[in-house]
Design a protein around this ligand. Sequence first.
Ligand code: SF4
Ligand code: SF4
Length: 365
Amino acid sequence: MSEFKADKIKKVKDALTTCTMCGFCKAVCPSFKSIGWDSAVSRGRMIITYGLLTGDLKADDSVVENMYTCTTCADCVRRCPSNVDIVEVIELCRSDLVESGHILPKHKAVAESVLKYDNPYSEKVSVVKTLGIEPRKAKIGYFAGCTATYREKKIAAASLSILKKLGADFTTLDEVCCGSVLQRIGVDEKESVRLMEKNVEAIKALGIETLILSCAGCYRMFKIEYPKFVDVPFKVLHMAEFLAKQDLKLKPLGNVKVTYHDPCHLGRHCKVYDAPREVLKKFPEISFKEMKFNKSASHCCGGGGGVRSAYPEEAKDIAGTRLDEANFADVIVTTCPFCVANLTAAAGDRKVKVIDLTELVDGSL
Ligand code: SF4
Ligand code: SF4
């Protein structure tokens, strides 16, 4: 008996019959590089999914581990010559595992927090109360997201400060978790749709025409996932896209060596590569150098897909590789609070500083 529900079987079967088992994905998979087992590479995960589908394999702890050590970075999707959407297969497999009761304790706690408090951090104070700015009618809405509100607070503060300095007609909003956490873990789709509806209603109620986000994960949700489930009657911009269009009067950065890390959710998932680089070019003096693996070939920070909460050692290991790749830089700029958190935690006493683009801009504006 297959673990899969009938409505998902066709998508999974199509992907599995397209995969030629060539192993090209092995060359790029960060979880494979960290763990070293073929079961922890995209191809291995396809074989596990096939076993679950045919019923030859039963979901046990090792199956769960191999499906959840994937960071959903999508580098395998880029590399796959057969265009298999491996991340989609992995996430479909995850949702079936959760449905049949196979959920990691850390993920269970995170999911319960989202269901109870509308954020993954068990924070009892709402986003607007935490940010300290009451919502009002305005053309621009700033969606801070849970991580910039409750953990990487400097990013939300810098974003709000930039909007003030630019004289934008903006507001905060009564936001709840964007739903990314539940989708990545594979929790009941109805719950993420409930969050989507709540957010869209809050945005519409304020007459917001453009929504600006500083989190790559939230941005992917509003840009790619929300339209699959709800009507999105407003423009969605990442802060980097918004800033790229502004006339910014920035102070020179001086002799600081800067590089840029593409978050997987902003880059490979949403194809936003140029905007952050255009913003960096607006600095009158900047010593900028790309990392060897950049844009669509960028390497993952290691924190996504629920890996940081469930497998912190793997998240740290993958982040260490990314930090090594930036060993020429004084500052790694990125555009996602989750990447900032994971790279910073792994940096330890390295001299490199990891900051969000909003912080860099706000400090020079
Ligand atoms: S690269 Fe694509 S076709 Fe090749 S093994 Fe990986 S998933 Fe299958
Ligand atoms: S999404 Fe990333 S971590 Fe997951 S299987 Fe593909 S390359 Fe590996």
